[in-house]
Structures are given as C-alpha cells and as structure tokens.
Design a protein around this ligand. Structure first.
Ligand SMILES: Nc1ncnc2c1ncn2[C@@H]1O[C@H](COP(=O)(O)OP(=O)(O)O)[C@@H](O)[C@H]1O
Ligand SMILES: [Mg+2]
Length: 291
C-alpha cells in the first residue's frame, strides 16, 4: 500500500494530432502527489499548468504515458466519472462555474445526478454551506455575491461531492486581495481539517510560500519540484520560470544587500514582521547602528 495519490508516468500531451507539426503542451512529465499534500504549481502563461491540471482529473488523457489517480488509470473510460468526482476543479472565472438560481440550488446541481436520497442531499448541502461559511447566503442569488463568495460557492458544490482532491486553476486570479485571502484560507482549512489534497496553480508568490511543495513548469517541462523556501533561495530558477520573489522576501533581500543582518527564512509577511521586530529589538538593546 502506498500513499501516492496522483501519479504521472512519463506523460506527454499534445493538443494536435498532426504528426508533422507536433507540439507538446506537457512533455515527459513524471510526478507524484501524495495524499494530504498542499502543492503549488507556478510558471509563465502558456507554460502548461492548466494542461497539467486537466490531466489530473481525466478532462484530458495523455497522448503518451499514464496518469493514475488512486491507482486508477485516467485513460480507462469506465473510471472517468469516478476520477472526476475524486478530483474536483475550481477555475479562474467564478461567474462561469455557477449554474444555480440560488447558492443552495447551485450546490444541489452536481448532487442531482448521483442518485442520493433527499435527506442525504440536504445533509450534504448543509454541511457544504457550513464548510465554506455561506450559511447565511443559502438563498441568495449567486450574482449578488462577491468574487470570493462566488468561488466559495463553487467550492461548496465540489466539497458536496466528497472529493479527495481539489485543483485550483488560478482560482484567485480574478479576485481582490480580500477575496484571495478568503479562498486561500478555505483551501488550507480543507487541507488541514478535512484532509483534502490541494493543488493550487497560482501566480501569487504569497500562495506559493504557504504550500508544502512547489512545482515549476516552463515550456511544458517540470523544471523544479521543491520546498518553497528552497525555490526562493535559487534566484536563477525564479527568473527562469518568470516568477517574482514574494514582497516580504524581496524586502529582506534588499536589506541584506545593504548589509542589514536580517536573520532566518523570510518568505511570508509574518516571517518578515518577526525578522524585522527581532532586528529592531536588538538595535534597541545594544544601541548599535548599521552604519
Ligand atoms: N485547447 C487548446 N488547443 C490548442 N492548444 C492549446 C489549448 N489549450 C492550451 N493550448 C496550448 O498549450 C500550451 C499550454 O497551455 P496551458 O496549459 O493553458 O498553459 P497555462 O495554463 O500555463 O497558461 C500553450 O502553448 C497553449 O497555447
Ligand atoms: Mg492556465
């Protein structure tokens, strides 16, 4: 028994089948995601992130190689619906994912086709509303919700299907900072409290910093698979993948370049606050200056 949850074995994917002109959106990808992990995926636009995501839940089937979800081959047609229920997807545009006239109807939509009793359906809707904290918005029309609330509504629809994994494909890209925080707070809570495996495709380095692991894609190839703290120590890799340092890390770098002894790993706002507070309290006690 292994805790491998998603496994890519030498996977290539091409959108075209024209053999003379073949171009791979994903090329020779080997990848294992374990149950319960929180993985970030980053890379430039067009590098293959969405293709990789769609290969994870059988929305796309590899041109070469194999993808397994819980040991099930995604190219086995008899497993497709089960795989799609196991791995839910949240996309970028919150408006394109909502189909119900009210929040409650929207959550019910996916449940209607899986043969549940009325009681079971109500119970799952209540639980999903509670999980995403939209109990008060249960009868609200989705178009009246904020961007963050719409994404939480979409996530409620997915959690009601009892997935083991949720893939966020730039699900925070169209949200304002408070919407982004709401959705990320929910993603981390689903991971920690419900044990749901999370794959978060993102351009926001603050999100990358909070993941267990980050995978970098460039021109269809996986160029790094590492801990976020390692990634941001490797400037060449950060530049190669077209990423920026997180704001907090950038500030720490600028200060270090100027000879200010900022200690420890500084990636998140909290770590930056801690490092600077420590520095200021040292200064206060010693009366030293950095000049
Ligand atoms: N439906 C499609 N048909 C043809 N080419 C596509 C399609 N979707 C994506 N591509 C191409 O595949 C490559 C990877 O795209 P994608 O996975 O969407 O990248 P990302 O999500 O990183 O922006 C790009 O060159 C893109 O133009
Ligand atoms: Mg994409």
């Amino acid at each position: 028994m292994t805790d491998d949850f998603i496994r890519f074995e030498n996977v290539s994917y091409s959108y075209t089948s024209d053999a003379d002109n073949i171009k791979y959106a994903i090329e020779n990808a080997d990848l294992t995601i374990k149950k319960g992990e929180f993985t970030a995926i980053a890379g430039r636009n067009g590098s293959g992130k969405s293709t990789l995501a769609k290969l994870m839940n059988a929305l796309l089937i590899p041109t070469y190689g194999k993808v397994y979800v819980n040991g099930k081959d995604t190219s086995d047609e008899s497993e497709v619906w089960d795989i799609r229920r196991t791995v839910g997807m949240v996309f970028q545009n919150p408006d394109s994912q909502i189909v119900g006239a009210t929040v409650e109807d929207d959550i019910a939509f996916g449940l209607e086709n899986i043969g549940l009793s009325r009681d079971e359906m109500h119970e799952r809707i209540d639980r999903a509303l509670l999980t995403v904290r939209l109990e008060k918005e249960r009868s609200t029309q989705p178009h009246l919700l904020s961007g963050g609330q719409k994404q939480r509504c979409a996530i409620a629809g997915i959690t009601a299907m009892r997935p083991e994994c949720i893939v966020f494909d730039e699900a925070t890209a169209m949200l304002d900072p408070s919407g982004r925080r709401e959705v990320m707070e929910l993603a981390h809570r689903l991971n920690k409290e419900n044990g749901i495996t999370i794959v978060d495709i993102t351009h926001h380095m603050e999100e990358v910093c909070c993941a267990d692991r980050v995978i970098l894609i460039e021109s269809g190839k996986i160029i790094a698979d590492t801990a976020p703290s390692e990634l941001f120590r490797n400037r060449r890799l950060v530049e190669e993948a077209g990423l920026e340092l997180p704001k907090a890390a950038e500030l720490a770098e600028v200060l270090r370049d100027k000879g200010v002894p900022v200690r420890g790993t500084v990636l998140t706002g909290d770590e930056c606050f801690e490092a600077l507070s420590e520095l200021l309290s040292d200064l206060h006690f010693t009366g030293e200056s950095f000049a």
